[in-house]
Design a protein around this ligand. Sequence first.
Ligand code: ARG
Length: 574
Amino acid sequence: MLNFKEIIAEKIADVTKINEDEIKSYIEIPKDSKNGDYAFPCFRLAKELKKAPPIIANEIKEKLDEMLSENQDEKIEKIEIAGGYLNFFINKNILVSEVLKEISSNEEYGKSELGKGKNIIVEYSAPNIAKPFHIGHLRTTLIGNALYRIYKYLGYNTTGINHLGDYGTQFGKMIEAYKMWGNEYNLKEDPINKMMDMYVRINNLCKEDENVLARCRENFRLLEAKDQYCVDLWNEFKDLSMVEFNKIYDLLDVKFDSYNGESFYADKIDEVIEKLEEQGKLIESEGAKIVDLEYAGINTPCIVQKSNGSSIYATRDLAAIMYRAKTYDFDKCLYVVAYEQNLYFKQIFEVAKFLVDEKYAKGLEHVSYGMVNLPTGKMSTRLGNVVKIEDLLNGTIEKAEEIISEKNPDLDNKEEVAKKVGIGAIVFNTLSTTTIKDQIFDWNTALNFQGETGPYIQYTYVRTKSVLEKVDNIIPNIDTIKIENLKDEYSLNLIKLIHTFQDILVQVTEKNEPSILSRYLIDLSKAFSSFYNENKIIIEDKEVQDARVYLTYATGKVLKIGANLLGIKMPDKM
Ligand code: ARG
């Protein structure tokens, strides 16, 4: 399909001799179509070209007008100057026919081979064994899942990794707790909370009694030495936790290609130490081994080995980077992890420069996300107001069912629809805020059918479905659609949005920001509502009806693909 943004960028690049990708990144879509379909802010080039924006605008316009008339190129109808902006008006006949052609010939609209030959790792979720899966983990799970799906759709060879927190000294404590009080707890029922109780209890005891702490450390040493009793217990903790985590992943329909967590790297850390040692990067500090990072402007050194010789979180991450470089030959390795670990990732990415080729070190990227708060305030384990995520998901599904039963009492398979709507509400709510920003999760807002929510998008999709039902789901033949019938403001608005879908997906991957797609789906839903309210679809005039039915079908298709990429399922009725 013709990509008008690209065409415009190419032409501007041609006359200014500035890199096409740079130009493309500046092109905007004006809010008001009076200002054209695309706009180029010339002030962006003022510095580079050493000229005032209006002068740049004039020069570019002159050259482009000449070029267009010489080549008899009709794709761009006209170019106007407004302030320092160049406004481009594209040929609507070409636009409409291109979009319709592409929609009709392509079941997977927007899919691309753009990423062919590139390997992307998306690391997400990564909850900790024997601890609760908290609302922060929900956020990384959903952001990562969306990125994973979108990279794949754009043709990247994508690997999703769940870097489970399944190792570390805390397991020495858990083993000690089990030895002391194992018979008091039936771990099979409500395993995570029980394990959490044990963990809190042993931690308190460790603070009071040095001897207990020493025994915990010894347990971890034994675990590292593969002592059978410790390994078996640790495996049991892990299995019990995974059963709980999998309930959440099943509800969300989230999958991973690999569950290689921290423990997987336990026997791969020597290589890290050796390599750093060889290069003289390791410094002894109070018995521990650290890498000083002052030279890179990072004031906190990175500890890679504790004084008792144990590995730590960072060591295992460093081993993982080496392993992933070897195993996946990645172009990008994304870590979807909360912003509390910003400094940490700066540190390990810096150390990684000593461990892997530059190509890999450059591909490491922390996709940092903000806190999730409930309306009552910060979520904290200490305050005891942690919501069990499974309860949150099921609770939302229940609420969705109440709303649906009220609005549409006769609906078939209400349960299934409620599941899609409830989960959709949570997924959308989570992905609608810019990743780095903090957000609030509130049931009432998330489930509002009228607001900018998941259910609103689903509801819009359901409306497209019910329009199609009125024509017995017979989609008009594309060759019979007359373009003139789709040139009113509302139809054009929809078509323009549909045209930009792939570009939106590309933007998501450029910024690792799924909220760009969430925003787009809201815009598309709103544009459909206006189209639907302003244009009667089922009418006498068969020719106009066919065109509008077709556009309705196209909108539904894009809404569904887009929502699926975010991890939201569409009901046919609700
Ligand atoms: N398990 C950690 C946590 O819950 C997150 C792991 C992030 N990934 C990593 N490679 N360090 O906080």
